[in-house]
Structures are given as structure tokens and as C-alpha cells.
Design a protein around this ligand. Structure first.
Ligand code: GLV
Ligand code: MG
Length: 307
């Protein structure tokens, strides 16, 4: 088991792989990560040409420090293997991860791991350089999520796919990310989010929330992001420049919490090393080793965000 993957993914921009104008715009956005999509944002007749567009966009560069990923088609289609081969042979040195959608079991991840291993060996890429992000998008994926999370050392994150998920379980709603009308006894997504988060954390992976489709309603996006951020999720997909700032804020600690976390770490470090005590007071607050761990999570996210 590794540690939670260290690349920042507070905001993960979805970019249709068939649209050079959107790809160009994406370069200038302040997102932590992006994926060039070959799956659901690309029409079947445009899929083949989109592969070449994606390879050219990666090779051209200009992505700054963003995590560079491509979403291939899922394994029930005739496109997946050719997506992987074309993109990784064509631009593997400029690619950090592949996103595999609609993962229903560990065999899907192992298939991709094996194919990547062969392509890396054949093209002289560093073994293991291409990571995998697995989308959990239906009931089968969710009940198998532990085995999926354990399926490959290449895995960096589990990604919740709310639109496909809601469709697959017959949820009675059309608004992705909002509570289904008629369900007024809590958060209808709590179980799904927690299940994905537990599997991710148990295997040292990041947990990424999916898209919010009402792109002009930034307040609603921020509320949706705040819910998964509060549970511990690391980031969320963004579909539009309007959502970027809200995502980066939601998955970073507040300045107040960050400062508090650094004070806890300093006080506890002093107590354990200089005073040789395992518990110490900081103002009215009692600190022990568990407090240090909690503070480290918040401080770690704040440091990664450059606070
Ligand atoms: C994303 O792929 C979703 O289905 O929500
Ligand atoms: Mg989907």
C-alpha cells in the first residue's frame, strides 16, 4: 500500500479531445489537472480523429505544472485498446495518467496495467510512468471498489462519476449532483461518496468527486464541492472556467485552519522533542499524537496549495 498519491487534483478540468479551441483555452486555466476526453464528450464518428488531436495537444506542451491525463473509452466499446496504444505510443512522455471510465472490476484495471507495461517496454518509457485513475460509475463498480482500488500500483485515484452512476441505479432525477426530488431525509450520495473514499484511503489513493453539470450556478457547484471536501475528498472535476476557483478553494483549507494546523504542529513538535511530553495544551486545546496527524492533513493540503 502506498501513501495517498501526492499530485494535486483540487480542480480537474474536463476537455473534449475533439475540440482544439477548448484544448487551447484549457492551457491558460489555473487548474491542478486536466483530462483530454476521448469518451463521452466525443461523438462516435469523431473518436478516431480525436486521438490524433489529443496526441498533438500533449506533444505541443504548454501545460505548466498541471497533471496531464487522457480519458480513454470504456472496455465495453471497440475503441479502448486503440485509444491507449495511439495516445501512449504517440505522447507517453508527455502524459501522466490515463483515466479509465466505467470500471466495474479489478480485471479492467489489470488489463490496462498490462497494456501499459507492454507499451512502456516497447517504446523505452520508464516502467510504471503512466498512472491510472479509475472511474466508479455504476453499482457493480461500487460493490467491487475495494478490489478495484487494490488492482494495480499504477492507480493514483478513484473518481466518482455521478451522471453515469445516477443513470445506472435508476435515480429519479435529471440534475447531476443535486439531491433527487422527494428524498428529504439526508444526503442521497453520502453512502456512495463514503464508500469510494474508504476504498481510496484504504489503498493510499486520492478520491476525486465528479462533475456538476449546471455550469452557470457557481454557488451550487461550491455547495456540492464543499460536501465531498468536508468528507475528505481531494478534488472535483470542473467543466467550465467559472468552476475553477471554487474548486481550488473548496479542496484547500481555509487560511484560519491552515494557520491553526501549523501552530498545532509547532506546539506538538516542541512538546515531544524539547519537553519530552506526549500531550500538551495549546490555548484551551489539548493536543496529542492524533491531533498532530489531523493537523498534518490540513497543513499538507495548505502547503501543497502554496499557503
Ligand atoms: C462522469 O463521467 C459522470 O458520469 O458523471
Ligand atoms: Mg461517466
Amino acid at each position: 500500500m502506498g501513501s495517498v498519491a501526492s499530485r494535486s487534483r483540487r480542480s480537474v478540468l474536463a476537455v473534449p479531445g475533439s475540440n482544439p479551441r477548448f484544448i487551447e483555452k484549457a492551457r491558460g486555466l489555473e487548474v491542478d489537472a486536466f483530462f483530454l476526453d476521448l469518451e463521452d464528450a466525443v461523438a462516435p464518428l469523431a473518436k478516431e480523429a480525436a486521438r490524433e488531436t489529443v496526441v498533438a495537444a500533449l506533444k505541443e506542451g504548454g501545460w505548466g505544472g498541471k497533471v496531464r491525463t487522457v480519458r480513454v473509452n470504456d472496455l465495453s466499446t471497440p475503441w479502448t485498446y486503440r485509444d491507449v496504444i495511439t495516445v501512449v505510443e504517440g505522447a507517453g512522455a508527455e502524459l501522466d495518467c490515463l483515466v479509465l471510465p466505467k470500471v466495474t472490476g479489478p480485471d479492467h484495471v489489470r488489463w490496462l496495467d498490462t497494456l501499459l507495461t507492454q507499451i512502456e517496454a516497447a517504446t523505452g518509457l520508464e516502467p510504471g510512468r503512466i498512472g491510472i485513475e479509475a472511474q466508479i460509475e455504476d453499482a457493480r463498480g461500487l460493490v467491487n471498489v475495494d478490489a478495484i482500488a487494490a488492482a494495480s500500483p499504477r492507480l493514483e485515484s478513484l473518481v466518482y462519476g455521478p451522471a453515469d452512476f445516477m443513470a445506472s441505479i435508476n435515480m429519479k432525477t435529471l440534475v447531476v449532483g443535486e439531491q433527487p426530488p422527494g428524498y428529504d431525509v439526508g444526503d442521497a450520495y453520502h453512502y456512495v461518496l463514503m464508500r469510494i473514499l474508504m476504498a481510496a484511503r484504504a489503498h493510499g489513493l486520492q478520491a476525486i468527486d465528479g462533475p456538476y453539470l449546471q455550469i452557470r450556478d457557481v454557488d451550487a457547484f461550491a455547495r456540492s464541492a464543499a460536501r465531498s471536501a468536508a468528507l475528505g475528498f481531494d478534488g472535483k472535476w470542473v467543466l467550465h472556467p467559472l468552476q475553477v476557483e471554487a474548486a481550488n478553494a473548496a479542496y484547500s483549507p481555509s487560511q484560519e485552519d491552515y494557520d491553526h494546523a501549523e501552530r498545532i504542529l509547532a506546539a506538538y513538535e516542541h512538546a515531544t522533542t524539547v519537553e519530552r511530553r506526549g500531550a500538551v495544551m495549546l490555548g484551551e486545546e489539548m493536543l496529542d499524537e492524533a491531533s498532530r496527524k489531523m493537523a498534518l492533513v490540513v497543513a499538507g493540503k495548505g502547503r501543497a496549495a502554496g499557503m
